[in-house]
Design a protein around this ligand. Structure first.
Ligand code: NAD
Length: 403
């Protein structure tokens, strides 16, 4: 039975707008009922634009609104924990944007707060919910790709749109905390959230901007079953927002391009086009607009999943625990970037499987040989490359009609 929810929205910035747009775009009855902003002018204007009945510059008043049952946190990273502390006291459901926190210690405190208070909690990771990703995850769950060996996830753009992101104290880091959190969770979903992430190797550098945090990074997250999650993040990329995922399994491959090549390409000489897509750098020449951005970025499916879970007393696909795991992985990335070594992921609490098989097992050709590779050659013959089990010798054999 679907219930009708009234929401307190904390923040009137970019994400507050995307969340509200998603919720109000639908014909469903869930609505933002109260909005909080530091600035009276912004709060009033946001409330007017989205037809929200209440606005306030007092965060406590917004959270305590007796008519709302959900608090959505869309504030800068350094304000997430305080908002969670305040909201947990009301018993309302708490939905927090990414990253959950600036570091794992803060994230664990937030996880403990919501779990001790017994309140419903969801981590707002939209990028595991794009329609293409959900369909890909279903294929992976059905085993269509075999065992997942390697997931590459890339999010790069020219850098964030507000001052606080660039301040390491308020944000907790740079491109890794801001964008890597998405990529890490995308890979976790494909590899399997029950599989423990064990260690990371990460390169991070400040290549362009005069900031203390990293503006570019690459990381490898190794999982207990041998699978690898690879992330690539940048705040210096030119040409818009590059959002791509690649999944490689023993039996298949998926490539997803969410933003720059979605099958919608347009040329205009005039530059009269308005908004093209988030972080687009130009509105003339060849353009790569995104059809329904809130849907294609996963916001619609994300809120559906969370609100359905809330109504049915279930755990949403992404909870504060997931946010905590991501923060632990990110902390290990920062340690690795400094030490230039593989660094262990120090999960204080692991809720997944404890022992898992390694990925990719070779198949038997017969009692003597294991198959390494089967290939159809240009001359039409099929060749088998095999390993002799007892000697370990690698041999090849051309298949004839009879075998
Ligand atoms: N895809 C996503 O899930 C996604 C995308 C963008 C941002 N985010 C996250 O959302 C959060 C907000 O990011 P944003 O892009 O909306 O930022 P923003 O700068 O556009 O908006 C931030 C909001 O917080 C308010 N604010 C700033 N400093 C404040 C302070 N000291 N006290 C009270 N309010 C303050 C601003 O007035 C504004 O309403 C961040 O945690 C960010 O990582 C998530």
């Amino acid at each position: 039975m679907l219930k009708e929810h009234k929401i307190t929205m904390l923040g009137t910035g970019l994400i507050g707008m995307f969340y509200t747009k998603t919720l109000h775009n639908q014909r469903g009855k869930d609505r933002v009922h109260t909005v909080y902003s530091r600035s009276e002018e912004k709060a009033k204007q946001f409330a007017k634009e989205w037809e929200i009945p209440g606005w306030t510059t007092d965060i406590q008043e917004a959270i305590n609104d007796p008519e709302t049952d959900i608090v959505v946190i869309g504030l800068p990273n350094n304000l997430h924990k305080q908002a969670v502390e305040m909201a947990a006291k009301t018993g309302k459901a708490i939905l927090c944007t990414k990253p959950l926190a600036r570091n794992a210690e803060e994230a664990k405190e937030m996880l403990d707060i919501v779990e001790k208070a017994g309140v419903f909690n969801a981590y707002l990771e939209d990028l595991v919910f794009p329609p293409k990703t959900l369909k890909s995850l279903e294929s992976v769950e059905r085993g269509e790709l075999g065992k997942i060996l390697w997931v590459r996830s890339r999010e790069t753009h020219g850098g964030p749109h507000s001052d606080w992101f660039w301040d390491i104290d308020q944000a907790g880091g740079g491109a890794i905390i801001d964008l890597g959190c998405h990529c890490i969770e995308i890979a976790r979903n494909f590899i399997g959230k029950a599989i423990k992430p064990v260690e990371v190797m990460c390169w991070a550098d400040t290549q362009v901007h005069p900031i203390d945090a990293e503006d570019n990074a690459i990381g490898l997250v190794r999982y207990e079953n041998g699978a690898i999650g690879q992330f690539e993040v940048s705040w210096t990329f030119r040409g818009g927002m590059d959002l791509r995922d690649e999944v490689a399994g023993t039996d298949g491959t998926i490539w997803i391009n969410h933003f720059l090549r979605t099958g919608f390409e347009m040329f205009t000489a005039g530059g009269k086009t308005g908004y093209v897509a988030e972080k687009a750098e130009s509105n003339s020449g060849w353009l790569f607009p995104v059809g329904d951005e809130v849907h294609e970025l996963g916001y619609v499916n994300m809120f559906n999943n969370i609100f359905n879970a809330l109504d049915n007393g279930e755990t949403p696909m992404e909870s504060f625990y997931d946010g905590y795991v991501i923060n632990e992985i990110i902390d290990a990335c920062y340690r690795s970037a400094r030490s230039k070594q593989w660094e262990p992921i120090k999960l204080q609490e692991w809720r997944g499987e404890s022992k898992v098989e390694g990925p990719g097992k070779s198949s038997e050709v017969d009692e003597k040989y294991l198959l390494i590779k089967k290939e159809r050659m240009p001359d039409g013959k099929t060749k088998l490359i095999m390993k002799e089990k007892t000697s370990g010798k690698i041999v090849e054999k051309i298949l004839t009609q009879s075998n």
